[in-house]
Design a binder for this molecule. Structure first.
Ligand code: ADP
Length: 263
């Protein structure tokens, strides 16, 4: 700080900057505290269920059918824990710039079809239909597993926030150098105020819905690592569109069974 000159003004400015910084620190600590509390809850729920079922099964006296149900619940809850830990590891890798993509040729149409199959049972429970509307077969150069993670998260959110018997539309828009994948739902939507923050790490509109608030932050960073962008449009009460734009490879690229260009 220069003491010479109009120091009263400069001290005033410094004090308001420090004040602002202090508020930011309080705010970001609050966000982290909320995150720790929601992650603890996310870890505790499956662990309580696993503990409960293993004790119950250990006490014996269960018929094979009941034992099978108990074992299935233990397996499902363990998968949930593994998914959660993987999400945390991915987040920390991305934060430290250590996420490495394993790139190859990816057929986006097949990838989306696989995702529809993966989410079919979950969607079916709510009577939700997921439709792939376009005929195109875009081929891009990317990490198939990571792209699957990207679209699984987006479509999973679309199912989660759709109303009963809703529809989710997936479609491609081809441009010269890019393919855009849009995931459109007609569910609860997001207010303008929340939409601005929804891609922030740890942010959740309603923490009671479960999850960590890391999903979209990870998704967006994975898309950007592919040289793409992710935008969201939404209207409260009317639904949400997530628009992922990915670069098409330049020129012709080899695919199984011959040569095909990116279109
Ligand atoms: P999480 O990892 O906890 O699922 P996300 O980062 O994927 O969190 O999403 C953050 C928040 O954005 C969600 O808690 C939800 O409130 C909101 N959201 C995401 N997708 C949708 C959607 N399609 N419709 C309405 N809200 C959504």
């Amino acid at each position: 700080v220069r003491i010479k000159g109009d120091y009263k003004y400069e001290l005033g400015e410094l004090s308001s900057t420090l004040n602002y910084m202090a508020q930011e620190i309080v705010r970001s600590n609050q966000v982290k505290d909320d995150f720790i509390s929601s992650i603890s809850h996310e870890l505790r729920t499956p662990l309580t269920s696993i503990k409960g079922w293993s004790e119950t099964l250990d006490s014996g006296g269960y018929d094979p059918e009941e034992t099978k149900i108990g074992m299935q619940i233990i397996a499902k809850e363990t998968d949930r824990l593994i998914g959660l830990v993987e999400e945390l590891l991915d987040f920390s890798k991305l934060q430290q710039n250590e996420m490495k993509l394993v790139k190859g040729i990816v057929n986006l149409r097949e990838l989306l079809q696989e995702i529809i199959l993966n989410l079919w049972a979950k969607a079916e429970k709510k009577g939700v239909t997921i439709k792939l509307e376009s005929e195109e077969k875009p081929i891009i150069y990317g990490d198939a597993n990571r792209l699957k993670q990207v679209f699984l998260n987006i479509v999973d959110n679309a199912v989660k926030f759709s109303h009963e018997n809703g529809v989710i539309n997936l479609y491609f828009t081809m441009e010269e150098k890019f393919v855009t994948v849009t995931v459109r739902d007609y569910g609860i939507g997001i207010s303008e105020e929340h939409l601005r923050r929804v891609k922030d790490r740890f942010f959740q509109v309603n923490p009671l819905n479960g999850g960590t608030g890391l999903g979209l932050a990870i998704t967006q960073q994975l898309v950007e690592l592919h040289g793409g962008t992710m935008e969201m449009e939404s209207e409260l009460g009317h639904g949400t569109s997530v628009i992922v734009k990915l670069p098409l490879p330049e020129g012709k690229i080899p695919v199984a069974g011959g040569l095909e260009n990116g279109e």
